[in-house]
Each structure stands twice: as C-alpha cells, then as structure tokens.
Design a protein around this ligand. Sequence first.
Ligand code: BES
Ligand code: ZN
Ligand code: ZN
Length: 486
Amino acid sequence: MVDVRTVQTLEKSEATAVIVGMFDGRRPSPGSRKVLAAVGDWADRALEASGFTGKAGSTAVLPVPGGDRRVVAVGLGDEVDLESLRQAAAVGYRAVPDTDVVATTLHRVELDGAMGAVLDGVDLGAYRFDRYRSSAEARPELVLELLGSAKGRSAAATRSSTITGAVRWVRDLVNEPSVDKPPASIAARVMEMAAAAGVDAEVWDVDRLRTERMGGILGVGLGSDRPPCLVHLRYAPERPAARLALVGKGIVFDTGGISIKPAERMEEMKGDMAGAAAVLAATIAVARLGLAVEVSTYAALAENMPSGTAQRPGDVVTTRNGKTIEVINTDAEGRLVLADALALAAESNPDLIVDLATLTGACKVALGPRIAGVFGSADEVVDRIVTAARSAGERVWPLPTPRDHRSMIDSDVADMKNTGGGRYGGAIAAALLLAEFPGNVPWAHLDIAGPAFAEKAEHYIPKGGTGFGVRTLVELAEMMAESRTP
Ligand code: BES
Ligand code: ZN
Ligand code: ZN
C-alpha cells in the first residue's frame, strides 16, 4: 500500500527520489521543468550527457550533489496513454527500488485519469513477495508525494488502492507455496475478508458438494487429502443496475493427477488458482467501491493429486446440471470444476457470467505468455470484455467458440469428454466444454494460463503471480454499474 500525499514544492518535500517525466527530445512533462530547475542547472546537461532522450520506458538516475536525493527521469516517448503512464511510473520507481519516500510530477500529465494511473503503476511496481525469505525485514509503508496541485487526489487514491490492494492479494496467493494454501485455508481467509467488506459469503464443504450434486469438483478433489470446497460470495447493493456472476478456477496445485505432468516447471502449478483468486478479489474490490452492480461469485477450489483415491482416466463425473463428462485426461481438470460452478452461476439467471481460468497450455501457445484468450457465447459479450480490458490496461484477444466443432468433445460413453482435438485447438476444445454449462445466460471465458504468471518482470508486473484479470473485472463492473454497455 502507498501513503499518498500532496506536497506543493520540492523545498517542502521529504523525498529521497523525485520521478519526473520527459517526452522525446527531453521535453519535460508538466511540472518537471520546475523540478529540474530547482535541483540546479546542471541537471539538463547531466541528462543529455547520460544519453537519455525521453524514449518510452527508459530512465536516467541523477544523484543531486550535496544530499541524498536522486532525480529519476522517465522517458514518456512521443505521447502517453494511461497504460504507458502506468508503466512509466512503475519503471521510475523501480529505478530506485529501496526508496521509502518518493515524489513525482507524473500525475500532472494532461490525461483524464493520469493520477490514478500513476498511483497504480507505483503501487503495483513496488510489489514484492518476500514472506518466505528468512532475511526479509518489515519495510515502512511507501510514501508517494504528488508535487504541485493534485486535484481529486482522495478519490483517485481510494479507487487505485482498492484495486491495487486486490491485485496484490491475488499475487500473494498465487506466489504462496501450495503446502500453505489448501482449499479450506483459502476459503477461511476469504470469509474473513468478505465479512470486513460487507459481502455475504458461504463455503460448501465436501458433504454439501455431494448433496448439491457437484460431481466435477468432487471428482478432481478425490486424489488429495485436502478436500475441495466451493466459495460463494454475494455482493448485493440496493438498486443494482445489473447482475454479474463471476466464476474462477481454483486448483491450489495441479500435478495433473494420474495423468501426471512432467517435473519441469511443475512448480508454476501453484498458480493454478489464479482465476479463483482474481474473481474473489475483484468481488471484494467492487464491494469496497460500492458499485451499483450485484456480483455473485463462485470459486471452485480443489487440489489435483495422484493417489490411491484419485480419479482415473475413463471415469465419468456427473455435473451440477446433470450432464456427464468422461475424464480422458485427469490433467484437464479445470473444465471439470468450472462445469459445476458455471451451471450453478447460471441458476440465478444473471445478466452476464464471466469465468477466469488458467485453463490450457494451448492458449499460451496461441497468444504467448502475456495475452489472455477471451471466448464467449456471442460476439457482443466478447466485445464487452475486450473494451473493459483495454481501458483497464490488460491484454486479451478473442478466440472462437465454434459450436459446429462440438464433435471434438463427443464421448463414446458420456455426454462429452474432457479433452478433444488431439494436438490442435486445445483452448477451443476446453471452451466448447465450458459452453455446455452457462445455459442461456450470456457468458464470457478468459483463459489466463499465460498472463496469470510472469516468467520475467517488466514495468509494473513482477515475476511470478501478476493478479491478471482483477482490473478488467472491476472495470467491467463499473461499466455495468453505469450501464455504459459498449
Ligand atoms: N493448469 C493447466 C493449464 C496451464 C498450463 C496453466 C500452463 C498455466 C500454464 C491445465 O489444467 C492443464 O493441465 N491443461 C492441459 C489440458 C490437456 C491435458 C488437454 C494442457 O493445457 O496441457
Ligand atoms: Zn491440469
Ligand atoms: Zn490446471
């Protein structure tokens, strides 16, 4: 979390680093010329001598003589939008990562929402996960001083910190080793968080999952000593403009089960609950922001383990809506748990269901590691997600859900099978299975197997859990609340 303050002039600042923006040709962004003048006329020449031109994403760090203050120039390129500003703020902070009090002028860039973007960038860029290092010291809360006028600071700071707080929560949970996050433990933490945010919460344990006929979640959970569960959150404001349902894949570890995965990079499968974490955190954020949209959220939590009690290839599960699935490959477990949760979400007939899931390696192959695939029951639904993601600064790209390919998942013994298409079209085969469960409710599916987990850090995205999806979901909820249906 960042403590945001307004400071009128550099003289009154306590910052040991001052981040200023510069466009191509070293043109200072609003307020930045004054900062450079205040540190001394050597600054311009030093910047030039360092080879810094203002290229987007570049930085130059100048120590101010006779003190412990540094000026960080951040390149803004030819022009900025909210996303490049968010990135610039993060890159600026990360050039001086051990600074506890930072000042900036970046919020004065002439763009609607500039302040929020700068706050997002600094807070998300400052994220670290050192809970499991014996050497980790408690760091003081980062102070960010906005230099000069900062109109609307309080509203921007509230919105930004609510959303970045949710993103950080997801990153923490994704990065946390699976040994410490069995389904029941995640559920307990969510219950606490929901109570604090005024959100109704309920957990279905194994007994309840049985009486509720949730055969997909139960099947996947069979192999683990740590039982599966389903978390349901409901945020119901007075007079909502729309009703949104969210569904998340929450596999706390995916070994593949009996169809076990190769050892290489299997540790990344601790992040196979990123979809569930994102929908849970987004729901809490929407409630904290008091948005006029009802949100009903279903997180399907289970651990996919091989054992003497594990589900086998060839087994058939009966899902919530009565449809049966033949389990060809126990590693295609996400769609089994989502089948139940989607069917359940559809029962209350919301205006829209959106699911998030680290579902297929195939989607990562198709779009690369940084872009999520988005599927849907209709083009209009996909368009809404694309629009929300674009304004939130998250990258998604539409992929088809061709109903005439349904034979890909035809089973010899059940209503469908959980894999299909052989080596090809794996993300589509998965989406076609999911499409059997939302009934007639408009539905979108985000396959976040790529962007949920970063192999390397860049701008405000750290290595490891990214918190992908939270910002898109909150943006979507805002659009629905204002009925800005794009
Ligand atoms: N959790 C994985 C998908 C995944 C892969 C997420 C890489 C993040 C990074 C999923 O459960 C899975 O194993 N899918 C299989 C499906 C296959 C067996 C049809 C896959 O993608 O290989
Ligand atoms: Zn799997
Ligand atoms: Zn999985």
